[in-house]
Every structure is written in structure tokens, then in C-alpha cells.
Ligand binder design. Structure first.
Ligand code: HEM
Length: 520
């Protein structure tokens, strides 16, 4: 069938059934994404399942239309929200339109800087436990340890304490994961590996009543589906238990609330209180509150783990940057006489430059999906040349077109960031950025980057994650030196919903061995 998208250049699909998805969702698919960003112009035609034409977009003006101006036209794909709803309940990642707006209205204030400041001592406490845990593992000298394992446990504990007011893990010693922590750890990679099956979910939910679908999922002859069903059951059981404990404490009064793990300063405690005070029309239902809990843990843990592990990787490879950063942090700790207060920490220029540059070049999430819910027009910052040789200033997008927002492609665009866009240079943030960056008007919520998305669905936890990274770095750099192990096996960063490292390109075990030496 003829489509206005026919005239947009792009790669051939691998098959009618799966389109370009095997390349887009390949864990080693960096070249494919780079090719989309470099060989073609800023809007590229690709193919989704069943021969559907889709667009890969990183033109700034088109992105602005997708995530801000016409946010309610370009909503997350049905398959994504429906599968999130099944897995986590009706939280932020599972809702759209008015329903999503209402949830954000309740949740945005909970993530304010004011609350982040109050949460800072929790972050330091957990990071000092991490420090003690690593010291216990390496002793007084140096040892190769799996830094990813420690960072992941920390990220989970931080969203546990800071997000839910619940402790998953004391971090002081190497204890096995609880069933809940293990389920949360496995969830994101399992979901990414099932991208093709998740796209079939909108068809699956039409198959009879809920009990029948649950029975089908539990008895399906597919190991991955069974595995996800087990994860969902464990998550559900645990979030309900934590939620009812919190609710009971809130009902028992302030004394019981401060007895809890986050002293009532965690995201969920603040949200529960705000929800009680909210008007009837703004109030979230119990199922929605439960949905936010799983969503928070899911959205916070692997993303920040990925970013932090990548920073440690870069610091291990660039010892000069590591030394400079250590000096900045040590100086600030000395001035503060201990842990650096929130505002001073956030203002440290070199620490900030290292975080920004890593989040630019190695964004943990490389793309996100949207669907055009009705016919729409995407105006472009730069015209592109059609297959017929004619220039296009805008693109007519038919209803139901899948859209892939190229986060990485935007962050490493040479047209925006300059010829050195693919090099890791923290210093670029210490001087004025090229005019092309400001002129591009990238619609991301953070630093002209798409890393945390933008608009009404921007990452709600981006300040939480900044604080987390900076606190962990400031505490660990004072106590340890990080370097690559002597007989370094090749660490590969795999593309996934959230990028993760493995040893070699075939292992399924996420890990990052690093030589850690105690210095304090
Ligand atoms: C480096 C760390 C992080 C990165 C790169 C990141 C990235 C993103 C991105 C790209 C989205 C948009 C997803 C989409 O629209 O499809 C998102 C949404 C979200 N993030 Fe983050 N995130 C990070 C950390 C966190 C943390 C720490 C939290 C919570 C404490 C969090 C909570 C959320 C939530 C709840 C959403 C859904 C927002 C909505 O749809 O309204 N994220 N994040």
C-alpha cells in the first residue's frame, strides 16, 4: 500500500515478520544504530513487525513535536504500556493521556530539589555502607572485584530506601540477593529479550478473561514467558507487603512513620501523605500507588547502575581524570568537614562535567518507542532528501506509525556537538558549548541531551539519579583507586533497553571486573 513514508530513505528490513527489529534489538547492534545516525539524515524509515513502516527520528524539531508539542499524539506504543501494565500495574510507564498527566501531577512535587536535599543523608548512609562492604571484600590492599555487582546492589538499596523506605540489602557483606531483589535485577534484561513477544501483547490481551490469560502465561511452552510471570508474582507480593506496612505506619501517626527505614522522607511516604491530602479528583487509587512502586524500582535501578558502571570504566581507563576528580572531591569534603552537602556537591564543576559527558556519550537508554495515535505532521530543523531526490521540510506521518526516538543518535550528532561528538571529553562542559548546541533546541529535560527524554514523560527521577551518582562517586573516590585488572578480559557494553557490560560478547552474565585498591 502506498504511504507518505515511502519517500523516506532507510535500510532494507531483514524480513516481513520482524522488519529491522532484530538489528535494533541486537545486543551488539551499535553499528546499526550508528549507521542510522550517520549514513542517513535525521529521519530514517525503518520497519517494525508485519511489514509496518516506522520512523527513526533524531531531528531536534521533529523530536520537539513528538515529545512536547504533540505529546498526546505520539504516545508510548500500545504494546509497551500494555505490557508494563501487566508487569507492574498502572504506574507512570503503563499509562498515557489524561490518566498519565494526573499521575504526574501528584508525583512531580515528590521529586523536587527540596525533597532531594532531605534525602541526601540517606544516600550518604547507603554509600558509606557500600564503602565498608567493598573494604571487607578487598582487605587493606587491592583486589579484582565485580564492581557492577556492588553498584547494582547500591542502586537497588538507594531506590529501596530513598524511593520505598525499605531496605533490600545492608551492603556490608556479600549476602545473596533476596527473591525480590533478584526478580527486579532480572526484569529489564528479560523484558528486552522479549521485545518481539511484547509487541504481540495487544493481541494477547484480547484472548479471553484475565484468569485465562494468566493461566496461559503460567503454562505457556516458552521459558521466558514463564520466567516473567514468576518475576511479576514475586514483585506483586513484595510491593503489596511493603505498601501495607507503610500505610499502617502512616495511619498509626508520625512516631511510627519516622521509625521506618527512610524516616518518612522517602518518595513513597511523601506520595502517600500527599495523596491523602489531595482532592478526590487528583487522588491516586491503591492500585496506581502500587504500580508506582514497582515502576520506580524498575526505572531507577538498572539505569543508574549502567551510568555509574560506565563512569568507573572510564575513570579506570583515564587515570588522569580519576586523579583530578578525586582531588576536587577531597577538597570539597575537607571544606565540609565530612560529607559534602547537597548544593555544594551538585555544584562541583568537574564531577558534573564527568557525569554529563558520560550520560551524553553513553546514555543508558539508547532509544524509546512511540506510536502516532492519529495522522500528524513532523516539521524538520533541516530538510532531508527523499528517495525521489526532492527535499522535504516536513513529514506526513500516518496514524499508527511506530516512532523510534534516537536518544543516542541525538546525543552524538556531529551536526549538533561537532566533529568530536563521539569522543569522551568531560572538558567540553567546562567551556561554552558550540553555538550549534543552543541553536538546535534539543527538547531533552537535561543539558541539551535526550538521555532523560523531555516533555511530560521526561524521566521523573533524573535529579535523584544525579544525586545518587555524585554521592557514590564522592564517597568511593576518597577511599579507593580504580583500574582495569592486570589480565583484563575484554569487557563489552551490550545494547539493551538499558546498556550493560559483560565479559566477551556471548556471556549472559552482566559483570564488570575491576581492580580496586584501598587508599584511605
Ligand atoms: C541514569 C539514570 C536514568 C536514566 C538514563 C533514565 C532515563 C529515562 C528515560 C529515557 C525515560 C523515558 C522513558 C520513556 O518515555 O519511554 C525515563 C522515564 C522514567 N524514569 Fe528514568 N532514568 C534514570 C534514572 C531514574 C531514576 C533514578 C528514577 C526514579 C527514582 C527514574 C524514574 C523514571 C520514571 C518513573 C519514568 C517514567 C516517567 C513517565 O513516563 O512519566 N529514572 N527515564
Amino acid at each position: 500500500m502506498k504511504s507518505p513514508l515511502d519517500n523516506i530513505p532507510g535500510p532494507e528490513p531483514t524480513s516481513w515478520l520482524k522488519g529491522n527489529l532484530p538489528q535494533l534489538y541486537d545486543r551488539h547492534g551499535w553499528n546499526f544504530q550508528d549507521e542510522l545516525g550517520e549514513k542517513y539524515e535525521s529521519v530514517v524509515k525503518i520497519h517494525s513487525i508485519f511489514g509496518r513502516k516506522a520512523l527513526f527520528v533524531f531531528d531536534p524539531r521533529a523530536l520537539h513535536t513528538i515529545i512536547i508539542k504533540d505529546q498526546y499524539v505520539f504516545e508510548p506504543s500500545d504494546w509497551a504500556t500494555t505490557s508494563m501494565a501487566i508487569i507492574m500495574g498502572p504506574g507512570l510507564l503503563a499509562t498515557y493521556g489524561e490518566h498519565h498527566r494526573k499521575q504526574r501531577k501528584m508525583l512531580n512535587p515528590v521529586f523536587s530539589i527540596k525533597h532531594m536535599r532531605h534525602m541526601t543523608p540517606i544516600f550518604y548512609r547507603v554509600s558509606h555502607n557500600l564503602c565498608e562492604g567493598i573494604k571487607n571484600e578487598i582487605g587493606s590492599s587491592s583486589k579484582d572485584i565485580d564492581i557492577l555487582h556492588w553498584i547494582h546492589r547500591t542502586a537497588l538499596e538507594l531506590v529501596g530506601q530513598g524511593g520505598l523506605g525499605y531496605s533490600f540489602d545492608s551492603l556490608k557483606e556479600d549476602v545473596p540477593y533476596t527473591a525480590y531483589a533478584k526478580a527486579m535485577k532480572e526484569l529489564s534484561a528479560t523484558m528486552f529479550n522479549m521485545a518481539f513477544y511484547r509487541m504481540l501483547i495487544p493481541y494477547f490481551v484480547k484472548l479471553g478473561p484475565k484468569w485465562f490469560r494468566r493461566w496461559l502465561a503460567e503454562n505457556a511452552p516458552f521459558e521466558r514467558v514463564k520466567h516473567v510471570t514468576q518475576i511479576v508474582n514475586i514483585m506483586d507480593e513484595n510491593t503489596r507487603r511493603i505498601f501495607y506496612q507503610k500505610k499502617a505506619a502512616l495511619e498509626a501517626g508520625d512516631a511510627a512513620v519516622v521509625e521506618q527505614v527512610g524516616n518518612g522522607k522517602d518518595i513513597m511516604s511523601i506520595l502517600l501523605k500527599a495523596n491523602i491530602d489531595a482532592s478526590e479528583e487528583d487522588r491516586l487509587s491503591e492500585e496506581e500507588l502500587l504500580g508506582q512502586m514497582s515502576t520506580l524500582v524498575f526505572a531507577a535501578t538498572d539505569t543508574t547502575t549502567s551510568a555509574l558502571a560506565q563512569i568507573f570504566h572510564l575513570l579506570a581507563e583515564h587515570s588522569d581524570v580519576q586523579e583530578k576528580l578525586r582531588a576536587e572531591v577531597a577538597n570539597a569534603r575537607m571544606k565540609a568537614g565530612g560529607d559534602i552537602p547537597h548544593d555544594e556537591l551538585m555544584a562541583l564543576p568537574y564531577l558534573d562535567a564527568v557525569c554529563r559527558e558520560t550520560l551524553r556519550l553513553y546514555s543508558p537508554v539508547t532509544f524509546i518507542s512511540r506510536d502516532a495515535r492519529r495522522d500528524a505532521v513532523l516539521p524538520l530543523s533541516q530538510p532531508i532528501r527523499g528517495v525521489n531526490g526532492q527535499m522535504m521540510q516536513e513529514i506526513h506521518v500516518p496514524k499508527d506509525t511506530p516512532i523510534v526516538v534516537g536518544i543516542r543518535a541525538s546525543n552524538v550528532s556531529k551536526g549538533v556537538w561537532g566533529e568530536d561528538a563521539k569522543e569522551w571529553k568531560p572538558e567540553r562542559w567546562l567551556k561554552p558549548l558550540p553555538d550549534t548546541v543552543a541553536d538546535a533546541h534539543i527538547p531533552g529535560v537535561y543539558s541539551n541531551l535526550m538521555t532523560f527524554n523531555g516533555g511530560g514523560r521526561a524521566c521523573i527521577g533524573f535529579k535523584f539519579s544525579q544525586l545518587e551518582m555524585k554521592v557514590v562517586l564522592s564517597v568511593l573516590l576518597e577511599s579507593f583507586k580504580f583500574s582495569m585488572p592486570d589480565c583484563a578480559k575484554e569487557v563489552i557494553w551490550n545494547m539493551a533497553g538499558i546498556r550493560y557490560p559483560t565479559i566477551g560478547g556471548t556471556s549472559n552474565h552482566a559483570e564488570f571486573p575491576m581492580k580496586v585498591m584501598a587508599i584511605n
